[in-house]
Design a protein around this ligand. Sequence first.
Ligand SMILES: [Zn+2]
Length: 223
Amino acid sequence: MTDSSRAEFRIVGGHPALDLVNTVSPRIRGGAGQHDYLTTPAELLAWSRRIELIDLRDFSAVEGTWRPAPELAEKALRATLDIREATYDVLASRAGGAVVAPDGVKRSQGTAFERLMLRWSAAAARSMLIPAEDRTHGVADLVVGTSPAQLIPDRLVVAAVELVRTVEVRQLRACPIAEGGCGWLFLDRSRNGSRRWCAMEDCGTRVKIRKLGERRRATAVPS
Ligand SMILES: [Zn+2]
């Protein structure tokens, strides 16, 4: 279905909307040489399954709808990327550790909120309240994504709006670009709020090794 080596990047956001934001590396606005992990509908489908946004039944439904109608698959991919960039714009300037404020985020934030709102209302129009009996909490389920073609972006934008509404802002952090990190956003749920990197095994170690190399070079006696 998809190139597995490219699909196996880390999932570290702690929320599906942040994992979506982190499908570009490094995560900077208008930067060159970024790698985008969502360039085809097949990559989007595999990633959605991997982060458990969809179950196997959803996977088959989406794939079955997209296969004979590639234009619908492309439309869903475009919607997803729009939601991704709008979510990033809305959250980036509030993320701790985002030392380098991405250019234009402040200015584009108003439209980013509007874009999220538009995508969300379209997703709401495709959602349904289904009565649920014999339960102690709630009498109905809200099913988001009744249209398989748009199921993935619909679930993502609902997740993004939920995060924007409820995120504990002090937990929202960016892997520090200025210190050699990748700019990915994540929720720092550590008790003392000490998580600095997207993943210690990744950016944390890479930066450490680089700094060690710099120190060695600085103290090396030329022979
Ligand atoms: Zn990182």
